[in-house]
Design a protein around this ligand. Structure first.
Ligand SMILES: NC(=O)c1ccc[n+]([C@@H]2O[C@H](COP(=O)([O-])OP(=O)(O)OC[C@H]3O[C@@H](n4cnc5c(N)ncnc54)[C@H](OP(=O)(O)O)[C@@H]3O)[C@@H](O)[C@H]2O)c1
Length: 320
């Protein structure tokens, strides 16, 4: 192949990479006096989001399951701003309650921006939370739903507070079935690692979108959700834990790089939702590449149904 062809392909792939990683949040604000509460900020997209908002002077509360990893981020944040860490395991509803008790002890009066970022994807085998919900639904949606409900009093104290749910384009794989919210009919299926866990992940991410759509109606707090893009994070840790999938993953890594974002690039749409002027932020809106987009399957009736379903399931944890 001639040198010009190789050069042409290289330039094309580089331009394709730039296009795929697009969507830059251009908003910069002085956030001193504002409080940001963010889950899953010990790594990945959440860590970058916390650092960027910390640079703008917000007080940052990171809620992490692995607090050893969290401490390293807290140390970085403390060089930028006032920051705190609380322990949170979203796969255990008692831990969610305890984390809010721990937050109360910080004597922080309000939360301006709540970012529900933590997430788990595609466990190799069917797994459940402490309270026996399918792991992805229980962690990504129910844990965050309970956390949000318990933090509502703090969001109401702040003027123009907002909820930002990190969802995913993977919501297009969802088949939300309230009769079998835990996808238990697929638990023993040989297709679980290939097909149904992606469906369960999609369900949990559709729930993130629906939750953000309904929160304003229920609490008067603006909610939005987003797809961060395909980002090179630890989210695929379960997938690469499988020896065969690991080999496939290694083989496609150079191509994967072209089509994926760094963590900082992946944090851009979260930052857009967190920083957008309050009046411009679309209530219940779903964002991707820093722009408003139309999600699939999401509608007001479903959002209402999910809200009622979730509050019913969480009744014992919502009572004081
Ligand atoms: N990466 C992508 O391409 C992509 C695409 C679309 C959407 N997303 C969404 O982006 C968000 C951030 O993910 P990421 O890509 O940054 O992945 P990541 O690097 O794996 O980060 C996920 C975070 O969630 C935390 N987490 C997982 N289970 C938890 C639990 N039970 N309790 C508390 N925290 C828990 C992890 O904490 P530990 O370290 O303690 O496990 C980690 O901090 C997720 O909601 C994900 O669904 C990512």
């Amino acid at each position: 192949m001639c040198i010009f062809c190789i050069l042409g392909i290289a330039i094309f792939l580089w331009l394709l990479h730039i296009y795929m990683t697009g969507g830059v949040c251009k908003i910069k604000k002085n956030l001193s006096g504002k409080v940001v509460f963010i889950t899953g900020a010990n790594t990945g997209i959440g860590k970058e989001t916390a650092l960027q908002l910390g640079t703008m002077g917000a007080t940052i509360v990171i809620a992490c399951r692995d607090t050893i990893k969290g401490q390293a981020v807290l140390d970085e944040l403390n060089k930028l701003t006032k920051a705190f860490m609380i322990k949170l395991d979203l796969s255990c509803l008692n831990s969610v309650k305890q984390s809010v008790e721990d937050f109360k002890k910080l004597n922080i009066p309000q939360i301006d921006i709540l970012i529900n970022n933590a997430g788990v994807m595609a466990p190799q085998t069917y797994k459940t939370t402490k309270q026996s919900y399918e792991l992805q639904f229980g962690t990504n949606h129910l844990g965050h739903f309970l956390l949000t409900e318990l933090l509502v009093p703090y969001l109401k104290v702040a003027q123009q507070s907002r909820l930002v749910n990190v969802a995913s384009l993977a919501h297009k794989h969802s088949k939300l079935d309230f009769q079998d919210i835990n996808c238990s009919q697929y638990a023993n299926s040989k297709l679980w690692p290939i097909k149904y866990n992606l469906q369960a992940y999609g369900n949990s991410k559709l729930c993130n979108i629906l939750h953000a759509m309904e929160v304003s109606k229920r609490h008067g707090i603006k909610g939005c959700s987003l797809h961060p893009g395909v980002v090179r994070t630890e989210l695929v840790r379960e997938i690469v834990g499988n020896p065969i999938l690991n080999i496939v993953f290694k083989l496609v890594t150079p191509i994967y790089f072209i089509f994926t974002k760094s963590c900082l690039q992946g944090a851009q749409t979260t930052l857009q939702c967190a920083l957008e002027d309050y009046d411009k932020l679309v209530d219940g809106g779903y964002y991707s590449d820093c722009k408003i987009k139309q999600p699939l399957f999401a509608n007001k009736q479903l959002a209402e149904k999910l809200w009622e379903f979730s509050t019913e399931k969480l009744k014992p944890y919502l009572q004081k």
